[in-house]
Design a protein. Structure first.
Length: 183
């Protein structure tokens, strides 16, 4: 009986070391070596490349509003995809009208993406049409030619995944980071 107990404990210790330590460390090492950027997360000095950022002022390209504005005014952390108001919500209608008015005040023609949140509430991407709608305003606010800003947007348009999945998009964080380096 003691022999069986000793063997069981030894086997448990071996499996603990093998599957509890060696396997996770090997997975972490391989992911760091091959997929370093993805393994370390998406945080940059300006924010996460996967989460929309708040940009204020006409000198920046505006992304989709994030869900914190709609669901909780205290800038607390929210879980994405929760508490989205429906299309008939009075709060949503007021919010969209206020966003559209703010964009018009900055000289930006409000588009659907610029006044509504994404499905996840934190999507940093907008359509190329949304980015091009802001070119004149951003160029004027920064004292740049519209052609130069337009070409900057064109270089930041990402195509469809695998050539056929999804729609072309512009990552606002990448675009604004490039814009900051431009001037």
């Amino acid at each position: 009986m003691l022999l069986h107990l000793r063997r069981s404990l030894l086997l448990s210790a071996v499996f603990l070391c093998l599957f509890g330590l060696a396997y996770p460390l090997a997975g972490t090492g391989i992911s760091q070596a091959i997929f370093g950027h993805q393994a370390n997360g998406s945080i940059t000095p300006n924010g996460s490349t996967l989460i929309g950022q708040a940009w204020s002022g006409p000198q920046w390209f505006q992304g989709r509003p994030d869900g914190a504005v709609l669901t909780n005014k205290a800038n607390q952390v929210i879980v994405s995809g929760t508490n989205q108001p429906g299309p008939l919500s009075a709060n949503l209608q007021k919010y969209v009208a206020a966003e559209a008015a703010a964009l018009k005040k900055e000289g930006i023609v409000p588009t659907n993406d610029l006044v509504t949140t994404s499905g996840s509430l934190v999507d940093p991407d907008i359509s190329p049409a949304d980015a091009y709608a802001q070119v004149e305003t951003v160029a004027s606010a920064r004292g740049l030619s519209a052609a130069r800003v337009h070409s900057l947007v064109a270089t930041h348009v990402h195509g469809r995944e695998l050539g056929f999945l999804g729609a072309p998009y512009v990552d606002v964080l990448e675009l604004n980071s490039a814009l900051a380096r431009l001037t």
